[in-house]
Design a protein around this ligand. Structure first.
Ligand code: DON
Length: 570
């Protein structure tokens, strides 16, 4: 760790500049001394840095980054989706904002089932207009602007407008995302017009311009959320729904509200963790995992060895069982308040057998499914972390759920497929293999339970880590493992972020690990304890984190090496 810091300082001296600019493609984090932005796209990171340089605060930068991601990362950044934002202001107060989508008023519990009560095989909760929930992002950005921002609304959207007009170069990552879905994209004319303007897969380096999105952003810049929820953009969304068989009406859009929620705050080994509460399950599940682990000296177990993995997996299994059975939109479901107590997690931990895997069927058997497996997977949600020179910090995760959402479009942007996050049928896994219960059943106006976990960790009244990730259900275990690495194993946040990840979510009853994460010996030992272990395809998450150095006072940014984002600061 000290070597890393020394190296960072050396780079600072050698560059002779305060800007330590672009994230190098090697192991050192980006180092800066007053402000840092880390996002999944260089274009968005630079927009955020520019806002901070003009004197904007972290929330100003977050709004600008959100809109820039809607342009530069259309697979996940959005106007047609929703998200969560955690802000810790320099006076130490934490606010958390919910702009999660809502189920349309015409939605019903069995809307995705056929006449035999089975889930329709064409998965209308995943593709097409029926998958779309009422978008929340524009209202969310306006709410946080009213509460915290210092720069004019339109100024924060202007960089996104320029980006949409001027275009940005297709990078290998974006090209791969489009290539991976090209057959589906071709089935949706609006999506094809946006992503395949020549009819062919764009080449790396081609410029992707989005003139219709630029027009929409201009309207939002000039007229605020009103134009989105009541004006021309509302007309476009409702028109698309009517043409393509979706449910969202003008009434749904008019009624949409972004809201402030109480944060989930808890202590973990002397650190205070602030994260997102329901309708995100992120904060509570993270708390249940970490508080179960607090009952052992985890840092003394070798990192990624069988003893540590067993203990962490057993905590994940139990935390996800509670999540899947009990959590839902707090405006619709009474979540037992006891889940917020430390003793709840300690009671769960008490049932862990130190030598044997517990079978998931023995925990919350009411959730059991005939076949729980992951049916689809994408890493397309996006997280960004920001710290400003005044000491304000923002962690925000936003999504349209699947890559390019439902693939339906309106007014130049993609519409989400967030309806799939609700329980389509109890016992039937969703796209992330999650087997969820009735607390998350479909109801008109309800927010689907999310796994997004934007998190700020504080030590001795100072922010220490700002972090979050995409990855569906793996978001929570990704954030948990980053914090375990940094806190229990004394890694730098960058090292913890680079570490291999594994995941358990109660059902399917399997540990899914990234390639090259668990050694053959470890897998053998885990299997001997009764675990099923699979190596997953590809990577888990695409986290974006900032560490605030206690001794150095410097900021260390890491954009996950699993994706082509960028950390930058000054
Ligand atoms: O809110 C959620 O939990 C999901 N809609 C997030 C989806 C996601 O992370 C997709 N990327 N893997």
């Amino acid at each position: 760790m000290r070597n890393l810091i020394a190296l960072g300082l050396l780079i600072a001296l050698l560059t002779g500049s305060k800007v330590l600019a672009q994230q190098p493609r090697w192991w050192s984090p980006v180092v800066a001394d007053s402000a840092m932005v880390v996002s999944a796209k260089s274009e968005a990171t630079r927009v955020g840095v520019e806002v901070l340089r003009r004197g904007g605060n972290a929330v100003d930068a977050a709004i600008a980054v959100h809109f820039a991601l809607a342009v530069a990362l259309p697979s996940a950044g959005n106007l047609g989706g929703g998200g969560f934002l955690v802000v810790r202001t320099s006076d130490g107060v934490v606010h958390t904002y919910d702009y999660r989508e809502t189920a349309p008023l015409a939605a019903s519990e069995d809307m995705y089932l056929d006449e035999f009560g089975e889930v329709r095989p064409d998965r209308p909760s995943w593709f097409g207009a029926l998958a779309v929930a009422t978008p929340g992002s524009v209202a969310g950005m306006k709410l946080v602007h009213e509460r915290h921002a210092t720069l004019p609304w339109a100024d924060l959207i202007e960089p996104a407008i320029e980006l949409a007009e001027r275009g940005f170069p297709v990078d290998p990552y974006s090209r791969r995302l489009i290539a991976g879905k090209i057959d589906d994209i071709r089935r949706f004319p609006g999506a094809a017009a946006m992503l395949l303007p020549t009819g062919q897969l764009p080449a790396v380096g081609d410029t992707l311009r989005q003139p219709a999105l630029a027009r929409t952003l201009r309207l939002i810049a000039a007229r605020g959320p009103d134009v989105f929820y009541r004006g021309e953009i509302a007309d476009s969304i409702v028109g698309a729904m009517e043409r393509r068989g979706g449910l969202i009406t003008h009434e749904d859009l008019r009624r949409y509200r972004a809201v402030e929620r109480p944060p989930i705050t808890f202590d973990y080994r002397g650190y205070t963790v602030h994260s997102m509460g329901p309708p995100s399950s992120g904060g509570i599940t993270l708390k249940l995992i970490l508080e179960q682990l607090e009952t052992v000296e985890l840092g003394e177990y070798p990192y990624h060895g069988a003893r540590a993995v067993h203990r962490i997996v057993e905590a994940m299994r139990r935390a996800f069982a509670e999540r899947n059975a009990l959590l839902g939109d707090p405006d619709f479901v009474d979540i037992p308040q006891s889940i917020l107590t430390e003793s709840y997690a300690h009671d769960l931990a008490a049932s862990i057998d130190t030598l044997r895997a517990t079978s998931s069927i023995d925990i919350r058997p009411e959730l059991s499914a005939s076949s729980a497996r992951v049916t689809a997977e994408s890493t397309e949600t996006t997280h960004f972390s920001i710290v400003d020179p005044m000491g304000n910090a923002v962690a925000s995760t936003t999504t349209i759920n699947g890559s390019f959402g439902s693939l339906e479009t309106a007014a130049g942007f993609f519409l989400n497929n967030e309806m799939d996050d609700l329980t389509v049928k109890p016992g039937v896994p969703n796209a992330y293999g999650l087997v969820q219960g009735r607390s998350n059943a479909i109801q008109p106006g309800k927010r689907p339970l999310s796994a997004m976990t934007p998190t700020i960790v504080v030590q001795n009244e100072d922010p220490r880590f700002v972090v979050g990730s995409p990855g569906g259900s793996t978001i929570i275990t990704t954030v948990a493992q980053i914090l375990i690495g940094a806190i229990d194993y004394d890694m730098t946040l960058a090292e913890a972020l680079d570490g291999g990840r594994f995941h358990h979510q109660h059902l399917p009853d399997t540990i899914r690990a990234e390639p090259w994460t668990l050694s053959e010996d470890t897998v053998y030992q885990l299997e001997s304890m009764g675990h099923r272990v699979e190596t997953r395809r590809g990577y888990s998450g695409r986290a974006q984190g900032i560490e605030l150095g206690v001794e150095t006072g410097l900021l260390y940014g890491r954009s996950d090496l699993r994706g082509g984002g960028e950390a930058a600061g000054f």
